[in-house]
Design a protein around this ligand. Structure first.
Ligand code: ADP
Length: 542
């Protein structure tokens, strides 16, 4: 091999914050903490405080490869901790506080976290699980002082970083060193740990900054509406540093009122998050008559974004929706921006593409297979299981030997995503369903996602969920559950009429039931498992 003659520089997360710290002392990071206090800081200060975190971690005996947990909101301290932990080669393990306490304990034990940063809001969780999580030597409370607590080994973050000297230089690590650990929500079986290397994070961050990724750049003011515990906030905390963009961290209050206020006050141009958040923001905008003139683009993913959401955001508020698909195993997995050809198409054609879940993004190869493992054609209509591979796709799980999620092919390892999808010749994917949520009626498949998306466009419907329930004749039939808008009455015929033009006639739900709320998983997805359990005794009216 004739070797290329480039410099040997490792791709490290510390280089992102160092770059931002050197060049973007005038670029703000605005954060609201759990007391409601707003902190205005900048990238130079975030860099410096991250070095203080690293110094204190080293003084606490944290070494390279040690896992360090966080149970926090989106705020400046969590951001400092992101860089402080990874900068010295220890592993940032973000824990989803919305999980049940026993799940949190399971995850912390599995990761063997040595130390956990915890927001005061979650102190009671720490108190409950502390006796079982024996690997945790200290709980660092993300606050000025420690509130009253039964935890014996709790320390206040501000005291802790002040009492130790910051590190002055970031160590040069191997780019393959583990950097972050994030567990999938484990709707089937135990959660699985996705461990990303520094190299993977830097590469996926670069992809996030590309025009067809999320186009994160220095002209932007970004509101992070994705929790930092959900797939590293979709890499946006890293991308904002790589680009030197303004970053707005909203803290615990994710109400539509608070989001809209922060967009207005901080001149937010771009935000990202799951559809549920934007559905509630749109409803609030419509009811209050408020506007968000600075906002021009949203990245929406994590579950399917309904067509009606795009229509309203673009037609009424001039906000382009970049609809993407992704997973904990790879962060962003598809590109949401239109190709040149699509930009020139008419509104209907564009929206049709937009309602799909993006298209193949360089760096994440996508492919479909059928039940026998044969390749499915990219014809835009034939469904198959979606497989993915690439330099930032997880190749295996942390501490899991029995891994049925990856398959070995002659050309290497592929990740089975568990999603059923179609793909066309331009790489546009359309997620039919999670393999386990697809409704099987008379041997044919009904997409619960398409039913839900059509139902959300029906009059009076705020949110909808479709689940397959046992049916004597058909095996399974769809039941539609709807949360009605304020003051609206249930009118099943009207809802079904409105869905009819969008789906095959035999897909129409057999029944429509109004519910107070639809349960969501810790990452904002409709919890179909809970719904199927809740309606297990349901009897069909027809
Ligand atoms: P968890 O399962 O822990 O909530 P993930 O964020 O890893 O976390 O979930 C990934 C899954 O979310 C995908 O496999 C897919 O089923 C679903 N998903 C993500 N984006 C979309 C999208 N745009 N449309 C439909 N489903 C999506």
């Amino acid at each position: 091999m004739l070797r290329g003659l480039n410099m040997d520089r490792q791709l490290l997360i510390s280089s992102l914050i160092e770059y931002a710290g050197r060049n973007h002392s005038n670029t703000e990071v605005v954060a609201t903490d759990s007391t409601g206090r707003v902190h205005r800081t900048n990238w130079t200060q975030v860099h410096r405080r991250a070095q203080q975190v690293s110094g204190a971690l080293r003084a606490s005996g944290i070494k390279q490869g040690d896992r360090v947990g966080t149970i926090g909101w989106n705020d400046h301290r969590h951001l400092e901790v992101y860089y402080g932990i990874t900068g010295i080669g220890s592993v940032l393990h973000t824990v989803n506080p919305r999980l049940r306490e026993e799940q949190i304990a399971w995850i912390i034990n599995h990761a063997e976290d040595q130390l956990v940063f915890v927001d005061p809001d979650f102190l009671s969780v720490a108190e409950t699980i502390a006796p079982e999580t024996v690997s945790v030597r200290s709980w660092i409370v993300l606050a000025d002082e420690v509130p009253e607590t039964s935890l014996r080994n709790a320390v206040a973050y501000e005291e802790w970083i002040k009492d130790n000297s910051p590190i002055e230089e970031w160590p040069i690590l191997d780019e393959w060193s583990a950097a972050t650990l994030c567990y999938t929500s484990g709707t089937t079986g135990n959660p699985k740990g996705v461990m990303q290397s520094h190299r993977s994070i830097v590469l996926q961050t670069w992809a996030t900054c590309t025009g067809d990724g999320h186009d994160v750049n220095s002209s932007q003011s970004i509101l992070l509406a994705v929790p930092m515990f959900h797939v590293n906030g979709w890499a946006i905390p890293f991308a904002a540093a790589m680009a030197g963009a303004k970053l707005v961290l909203p803290g615990p209050d994710m109400s539509p009122e608070s989001i809209v206020r922060q967009i207005q006050e901080e001149n937010v141009t771009f935000s990202a998050g799951v559809p549920t958040i934007w559905l509630s923001v749109v409803q609030h905008l419509q009811e209050s008559g408020a506007d968000v003139p600075s906002l021009n683009r949203l990245a929406v993913g994590g579950s399917a974004a309904p067509r009606s959401l795009m229509d309203t955001l673009e037609d009424d508020y001039e906000v382009f929706v970049s609809h993407v698909w992704g997973m904990t195993e790879m962060t962003q997995g598809s590109a949401g921006r239109f190709t040149h050809k699509v930009v020139g198409l008419d509104r209907e054609e564009k929206r049709y593409r937009q309602a799909m879940a993006g298209r193949e993004l360089y760096g994440v190869e996508l492919r479909l297979i059928d039940g026998e493992g044969n390749d499915v054609e990219r014809d835009g209509v034939t469904p198959g299981e979606l497989l993915a591979r690439g330099p930032w796709v997880a190749g295996s799980y942390f501490g899991l030997e029995d891994d049925s999620t990856h398959i070995s092919e002659p050309d290497g390892v592929w990740l089975r995503t568990g999603d059923v999808a179609t793909m066309d010749s331009e790489g546009y994917i359309s997620i039919v369903d999670r393999a386990k949520d697809v409704i099987k009626s008379g041997g044919e498949w009904i997409s619960s996602i398409e039913l839900e998306n059509a139902a959300v466009g029906a009059p009076g419907v705020a949110e909808a969920a479709a689940v397959g329930l046992p049916h004597d004749r058909w095996g399974e039939r769809p039941l539609l559950l709807v949360v009605l808008e304020h003051d609206k009455e249930l009118n099943p015929e009207e809802i079904l009429e409105s869905i009819k033009p969008h789906v095959a006639s035999w897909w129409l739900p057999n029944d429509v039931v109004a519910v107070e709320e639809i349960p969501h998983t810790g990452t904002g997805k409709i919890d179909k498992k809970v719904l199927r359990e809740q309606f297990s005794d349901f009897s069909w009216s027809n």
